[in-house]
Write a protein that binds this ligand. Structure first.
Ligand code: NAD
Length: 527
């Protein structure tokens, strides 16, 4: 008897249980995303699955499990057990694993990028950038022998020295968003584990594929079992991470709603939390700027990745006569090619979901209703061969005022809102009044103007003629104010601080107690 016929004879009482079973059986016809626990890929035993759709086609391409409580606990148990040996594994050995991981990620760059494009929608070139920026954090992790150095102060008093050690915390966890499927998980588990921690990763349920490939690569380099585990799910998995007593720290990147919630719930449970959240990044255009460079940078940074970057320049502030450049900006935006991400000449792909497209359209419409002008409207775009995809073409909304919803909300789509102000002081005041502090940029050829801006602006990451000023990992990702909660930013020195705790030893070895010994003559070998 088929599962469907079986369903027709079940009693009302068992209807819901059977529906879950039916869903579970149906799932088998589409590939499933596995869990990664204790070094092996495992099929989830859950009854609850999430459809993962290709944003360019709207087809269900995979099913993602909402891991059961037992499965999530198994991931934490595995990480807890692995911590005992991993934390005592020499730092040179951990560094060697990172060298190998760096190499194998490089070799698999195209494969990872293809997965990012399939699940997330961004263009292949942009997907390679996604992997590459994550790879740079792995490269940074290779410097762990310098990064994890403690401090010493000898002879604080006679024969008395103090030494500090940077030691791992234990089991840490990561919760990632959909927009950088490779880069953001790579911000998290490589740095955590190279410091000696073990990890439970929860990728975005909308784009788990890149994380799973990254786990395959860990297997290939014989990374010890249990040091990194992957669970999948939505709210239940997030709550599990926030509440589990064995998890010591949570690294989160995503929206404000989730970020504030996780920060609060995790902190209440005594965990360290670093929470990178939403943004509204302003690009200030001075009349003395290099017009060619500025317009190209604005267009690339507003519409690249379909605007789904937390550092997208989604808001242009034209100072004085620079507003006369807006028509030319619109012409350049019109020339961008919107297509499925794997199509070679695509400049931007679809947005992540039908709901996201709807939300973007609504915010653009609200701008019109509240008095702004839509100079370029990409909401009804049709892409040949991909009629069911979630495409939004470049959209420019001008004459926007700070009280409008399209200014107040993070749109997270290929929409540039433009405002005009009279002076640099007005631009600075506008940006400092906005609650977010992720990124901002100024376009000018005047060093004094740039300096005034960088001194007076209260935003964590500033670009001068650089539209997306995300620092490389030897620095940290320094979003501030409403874009960040926590004490230690991601990667760089701050990232190492986040994933380690200090221990100090103060020791008295009195000189008169020293005894003579025969010195060893062979060259010491460190292992
Ligand atoms: P999201 O908050 O919806 O999801 C992020 C993670 O949180 C996912 O793993 C998801 O399962 C979980 N989650 C979602 N809603 C939740 C809730 N209500 N409670 C608990 N957990 C929840 O974010 P997204 O849509 O995947 O990503 C886009 C957002 O991420 C944008 O706001 C963007 O600015 C932000 N982002 C910020 C940075 C940064 O570094 N500041 C980087 C990338 C993305």
């Amino acid at each position: 008897m088929s599962s469907c016929l079986k369903l027709s004879v079940v009693s009302q009482k068992n209807f819901f249980a059977s529906k879950k079973l039916f869903n579970a059986l149906q799932c088998r016809s589409v590939a499933t995303t596995k869990l990664f626990i204790d070094g092996e890929f495992r099929e989830s035993k859950t009854q609850e699955w999430i459809d993962l759709r290709n944003p360019a086609t709207n087809e269900v391409i995979r099913k993602v499990p909402k891991a059961t409580k037992d499965e999530m606990q198994a991931a934490v148990d595995s990480a807890k057990k692995a911590f005992k040996t991993w934390s005592e594994t020499s730092i040179l050995t951990r560094q060697q694993y990172m060298f190998k991981y760096q190499h194998i990620i490089k070799q698999n760059m195209k494969r990872l990028a293809a997965m990012v494009t399939e699940e997330q929608g961004k263009t292949l070139a942009d997907a390679e950038g996604d992997v590459f920026r994550g790879l740079q954090v792995v490269e940074h992790a290779c410097s762990i022998t310098s990064l994890q150095l403690g401090e010493t102060l000898p002879s604080i008093a006679r024969d008395l020295d103090t030494v500090s050690y940077r030691l791992p915390l234990g089991v840490c966890a990561g919760i990632a968003p959909f927009n950088f499927p490779a880069m953001i998980p790579l911000w998290m588990f490589p740095l955590a584990t190279v410091c000696g921690n073990t990890f439970v990763m929860k990728p975005s349920e909308r784009v788990p594929g890149a994380t799973m490939l990254l786990m395959e690569l860990l297997q290939e380099i014989d990374f010890p079992k249990g040091v990194v585990n992957v669970i999948h799910g939505q709210h239940d998995s997030v709550n599990f991470i926030c509440d589990n007593p064995d998890i010591r720290a949570i690294s989160f990147v995503g929206s404000d709603t989730a970020g504030k919630y996780i920060y609060e719930r995790g902190s209440k449970n005594g965990k360290r939390v670093q929470s990178n959240m939403g943004a509204k990044n302003h690009g200030v255009v001075m009349p003395d700027a290099n017009k060619e460079h500025t317009l190209n940078q604005l267009v690339g940074a507003a519409f690249g990745a379909a605007g789904q970057r937390c550092m997208a320049l989604s808001t242009a502030v034209f100072v004085g006569s620079s507003k006369d450049w807006i028509p030319e900006l619109v012409e350049r935006a019109k020339k961008l090619k919107v297509n499925a991400g794997h199509v070679p000449d695509a400049d931007l792909g679809p947005v992540i979901s039908a709901e996201s497209k709807q939300r973007i359209s609504k915010l653009v419409e609200s701008g019109k209703q509240q008095g702004a002008k839509i100079l370029l409207d990409g909401r009804d775009i049709k892409v040949d061969g991909y009629e069911n995809g979630y495409f939004v073409g470049p959209t420019v909304v001008a004459d926007v005022k700070p009280e409008m919803d399209c200014y107040k909300e993070e749109i997270f789509g290929p929409v540039l809102v433009t405002l005009s102000v009279d002076t640099l002081d007005d631009a600075i005041q506008l940006i400092n009044s906005n609650p977010y502090g992720n990124g901002t940029a100024i376009f000018t050829t005047n060093g004094a103007t740039a300096r005034k801006f960088t001194q007076e602006i209260d935003v964590g990451q500033i670009g001068v003629n650089v539209p997306i000023p995300v620092p490389l990992p030897m620095f940290s990702f320094t979003g501030s104010r409403g874009s960040f909660l926590g004490d230690n930013n991601f990667y760089g020195k701050a990232g190492i601080n986040f994933f380690t705790q200090l221990k100090t030893v103060t020791q008295l070895w009195r000189e008169q107690d020293a005894s003579g010994f025969k010195p060893a003559t062979a060259m010491p070998v460190m292992k």
